[in-house]
Ligand binder design. Sequence first.
Ligand code: ATP
Length: 365
Amino acid sequence: MSEVKNVLVLDKVSKSYGENLLAVDNVSLSIRENEFFALLGPSGCGKTTLLRMLAGFETPSGGCIYLDGTDISPLPANKRPLNLMFQSYALFPNMTVRKNIAYGLEMEKLPAAEIRQRVDEVLATAQLGELAERKPDQLSGGQRQRVALARALVKRPRVLLLDEPLGALDKKLREKMQLELKRLQHESGITFIIVTHDQEEALVMSDRMAVLDGGKVCQCGSPAELYENPNSRFVANFIGVSNILEGVRESDNSVMVRNRALTVESAVGEIRGQAVALVIRPERLQVLSSATPLAEEQACANRVDGQIVEVAYHGLDTNLHVQTALSDKPLIVRVPSSQFEYAQFEQGASIRLGWQARHARVLTR
Ligand code: ATP
């Protein structure tokens, strides 16, 4: 494996506003070279404040920020090799796309030939070549967004900071631009840090992400790590859909949920009698029927009977909401829609569900 190089290191960074509001609380994170990193969390969790401190628009109340090993806290925003792309794009309306992109380099007084070459390169990468002579009001929302990105990339910042960059776009364009952004990041080799409150966006785009709540980092890791192994109810709920069962640990491999002993895989350091939550993802629950192969049924250490209370069709998949005795809230089971050809999943029908011990994650927080 190649050596991991950290570009940005945040060491116990805090920001307070007044006496009582700690917007960012003791955040330590390392962001790697050539990484697409997402800061994710609900409104007010401190994402933007953190980004603004990296950009130099806010001063931390405590802690240090290192870029390539150097403490950049004393540097003003315009002296940092970081570029913040605003949600509003802030393009100059009276300038062509080419002029908009060249502007930052002209301010740096670079030679004209170098400006032209760098602008041409970025126009090609952002697929804007044919639009170079247009003005911003002659562009679509997605194209404007690409110009704003091109303008940031042409400066070749060490790190590009993006605050909800796709916030102004409609859903379809957003999805297209998510892949586009990822491609641009990959091709430019620049580290991207993106702020978003949209978990799906973070899952699709990022190499790693940090989930924040109340100014603190709850968990940091790859999308798959956070989805498969959330460390708390908060992260389990915030990322993807979760079935959460509240119970009490009985032994190393059993948790009591409403008088039913459920089998789990043993986890170190957990105590008998401790209140815990079991998290089971909808795609890990299996519908058991007389047609289920015996080996599959036997692999499910846990089984529960229930009744379908809702059938929600999502195209490729259908979510069955199944009321069981294990929780007040129905369990959500994701079934490939193609299975509907073979089975009757109707509201009111009785159904048996099963899951393997290893697919229930035990949480203590
Ligand atoms: P959103 O997704 O809604 O933009 P966010 O996670 O980016 O939220 P921040 O904008 O970082 O959240 O705000 C974090 C907290 O700090 C909030 O409680 C906010 O009200 C507060 N805050 C932000 N800026 C200031 C300021 N200049 N003065 C006082 N309080 C502030």
